[in-house]
Design a protein around this ligand. Structure first.
Ligand SMILES: *Cc1c(COP(=O)(O)O)cnc(C)c1O
Length: 241
């Protein structure tokens, strides 16, 4: 299968998942996760109509994004999806249109300051750890709906976060646990969707986006409300370790 054929297959399963739950496929944006893939592969995906790409390492993005831009000047948007060290925030901001992996208040503050400085808010999502896995980054939110201490601690940070002037908060992002069967990830996606709802109601804000779902589980994520799916291997093939 070529990259172009893979993209057609992914688009078809996005449409199928939408049809199962009565969603308009236009409400789901495909982000092709191009980490470790070469520039030519990205150019092929862009030629096949993909307009959004995800990278997870600043060092890789620093050479790859300009290299892609040199070959294709329009219609390519970059999403940062990987963990960001605080001191790298200033390098991330100018490279990416959307940052999904804002996982601490401190990092949000850094990006806000950069947004104020450049007089254009940064588009961000908050990475939330709803599964409770220890190895995962993100704002702690395991059992947020039943454990009031978890919710209170999260809300305390959100009160300060929503007031930051240099950010446009687009929504929430999560990574589901790696499981045998995608169905097992469904409660994690449902929990993120419910958390978005609760935040919107509490803070009287609109969070348009839910970034959730990868190669192994994006149809389930779409059924639970994902608006941004981050798909790597199903498009570019298995990554070399
Ligand atoms: C690598 C990665 C993806 C894509 O994973 P695939 O299994 O290749 O689809 C999605 N999100 C994040 C944060 C990633 O690091």
């Amino acid at each position: 299968m070529t990259i172009t054929e893979n993209i057609q297959a992914v688009r078809q399963s996005i449409a199928d998942a939408c049809a199962r739950v009565g969603r308009d496929p236009q409400t789901v944006t495909l982000i092709a996760v191009s980490k470790t893939s070469p520039v030519e592969a990205i150019i092929e995906a862009a030629a096949a109509g993909v307009q959004h790409f995800g990278e997870n390492r600043v060092e890789e993005a620093e050479w790859k994004i300009p290299a892609v831009a040199a070959q294709r000047s329009t219609g390519v948007n970059w999403h940062m999806i990987g963990h960001i060290q605080s001191r790298k925030a200033k390098d991330v901001a100018p490279l990416f249109q959307v940052i999904h992996s804002v996982d601490t208040f401190k990092l949000a503050q850094k990006f806000s300051a950069l947004g104020v400085e450049r007089q254009a808010p940064l588009e961000i999502l908050l990475e939330v750890n709803v599964s409770g896995e220890e190895a995962k980054h993100g704002f702690a939110a395991a059992n947020w709906s039943s454990d009031s201490a978890v919710k209170d601690a999260l809300w305390e940070q959100l009160i300060q976060l929503v007031a930051l002037p240099g950010l446009r908060l687009r929504g929430l992002m999560t990574m589901a646990p790696i499981v045998e069967d995608a169905e097992q990830a469904r409660p994690v996606f449902a929990s993120l969707a419910a958390l978005r709802q609760a935040i919107q109601e509490s803070f009287k804000i609109t969070l348009p986006d839910l970034s959730m779902g990868m190669t192994d589980d994006y149809p389930v994520a779409i059924e639970e409300g994902a608006t941004l799916v981050r798909v790597g291997r199903a498009i570019f093939g298995e990554r070399n370790k």
